[in-house]
Design a protein around this ligand. Structure first.
Ligand code: NAI
Ligand code: A1CAB
Length: 282
């Protein structure tokens, strides 16, 4: 009897991850966690030992050949360092099947440069995402290329929606988005480390301090996401007149912390612009 399983198989989306370092692995892990079958993923990573580790860890096909990973993929995610993007794209573009989409996850590299390296007519997009993809909580900003039609746009949007939230933006917003969505998690980890260290100074055991800080950040982020009030109102609600929170907020303001955060974000955005200039992309 002929098996009809194939007739009932939901449409597959085969994914290539080109360059699986910190970000590529986070996205890979998030996609698998969201239900993408490992058999539908091909990874290209350097050096060969890294590819071997990823194959063992995730049960995916992994090697060092970008074109081999892209061959047969519906969507190729290019997560190599910015200077390596043009060469990787030149391998990936010709290897992808007709209609398949290439997405650059690299900071700074303009979409037009990525499209040029992929070759003529290739549907493409640029994404800024972050390592919270690993737990399905990424923030991803997407820019669509000139050959990305509505169907392909929906496929790319759907893929990134599986690992967090998405927004489509104009490319002029990408330096700012890179500073906030890309670099932002590290700013918050930096803050978390300072808070945990301070809690230890105040007498909490390190394990306890970490657990308290993590749940506090998680709770605050969750409330911020769900409440109908913004961050200033939520801060005011937590700061009773003459109380402890007011004391702490006043100290942060006296040290210019809001200005320092603004300066840090501006520096990251400016660095994103300079990265592109240094690589001759602007
Ligand atoms: N780490 C992060 O949180 C974020 C990173 N990005 C972007 O993602 C890209 C990767 O960043 P990270 O993962 O942090 O760097 P990483 O250095 O951890 O990973 C890059 C990986 O690409 C590999 N590689 C280089 N050329 C390759 C090629 N031709 N084929 C296959 N693999 C190749 C390297 O061996 C390395 O393992 C960068 O373009 C960065 O701007 C963007 C947003 C956030
Ligand atoms: O630090 C970087 O350059 C990358 C891009 C945004 C986050 N990480």
């Amino acid at each position: 009897m002929i098996s009809t399983d194939a007739l009932h198989e939901p449409e597959r989306t085969r994914i290539a991850v080109i360059g699986a370092g910190h970000l590529g692995e986070a996205v890979l892990g998030g996609l698998l966690r969201a239900g993408l079958p490992a058999r539908d993923v091909a990874v290209s990573a350097l050096p060969a030992e890294r590819a071997h580790i990823l194959a063992e860890r995730y049960g995916v096909a992994a090697g060092t050949d970008d074109a081999a990973a892209a061959d047969g993929a519906d969507i190729a995610l290019v997560a190599v360092p910015p200077p390596a993007v043009p060469a990787a794209a030149a391998e990936v573009g010709p290897a992808l099947p007709e209609g398949a989409v290439a997405v650059s996850l690299a900071a700074a590299v303009p979409l037009a440069r990525f499209e040029e390296a992929l070759g003529p007519g290739r549907p493409a997009a640029r994404a800024v995402t972050n390592t919270a993809a690993a737990v399905g909580r990424a923030m991803t900003a997407l820019v669509g290329g000139i050959h990305l039609d509505g169907e392909a746009r929906a496929r790319v949007g759907g893929l990134f929606s599986g690992i967090g939230s998405i927004t489509w933006v104009g490319e002029e917003a990408m330096d700012a988005v890179t500073a906030v969505a890309g670099s932002g998690p590290a700013l918050l980890y930096h803050l978390a480390a300072a808070m945990a260290g301070a809690a230890v100074d105040q007498g909490l055991p390190p394990g306890e301090a970490r657990a308290v800080v993590v749940q506090t950040l998680f709770g605050a982020a969750s409330l911020l996401r769900e409440a109908d009030r913004g961050p200033a109102e939520l801060a005011a609600e937590a700061a009773a007149p003459g109380g402890t929170t007011r004391e702490a907020l006043d100290r942060l303001d006296a040290h210019g912390v809001p200005e320092a955060v603004a300066e840090a974000v501006a520096a990251a955005a400016e660095r994103s612009g300079r990265l592109a200039e240094d690589a001759g992309h602007r």
